[in-house]
Design a protein around this ligand. Structure first.
Ligand code: TYC
Length: 101
């Protein structure tokens, strides 16, 4: 008799890694009006006036601010849509993404 009937099966399947979340980052510039940045944050990221103002003013003072984290495709789609909203209005507003550590 082979020992397969007594030996517990050892695991050969690799553990599934949880997909990395990606940060959406708001980048400051000198031209986009503050109110416009707040409006885009509210519309694209479903933020309250208060939350949106805090994120906008943090990017304004420090250069960048993390807006939210999502799975990669969602983060990239939202960053593109928000950046496009600025471009359509003639502003250089920029949202980027980067993987969380
Ligand atoms: N710095 C801009 C101004 O003074 C406002 C602004 C804030 C623009 C945050 C972009 O990500 C930004 N009008």
């Amino acid at each position: 008799m082979s020992d397969t009937s007594t030996r517990p099966r050892t695991r050969t399947k690799p553990k599934t890694e949880r997909p990395k979340l990606h940060k959406v980052i708001l980048v400051n510039d000198d031209y986009t009006p503050r109110e416009f940045v707040v409006r885009v944050l509210k519309a694209e990221f479903r933020m309250s006036e208060d939350q949106a103002y805090r994120v906008m003013i943090t990017a304004h003072r420090r250069g960048t601010c993390v807006v939210a984290v999502y799975p990669r495709d969602v983060a990239e789609t939202k960053a593109t849509r928000a950046t496009d909203a600025g471009r359509r209005a003639g502003f250089p507003l920029l949202f980027t993404t980067e993987p969380e550590e």
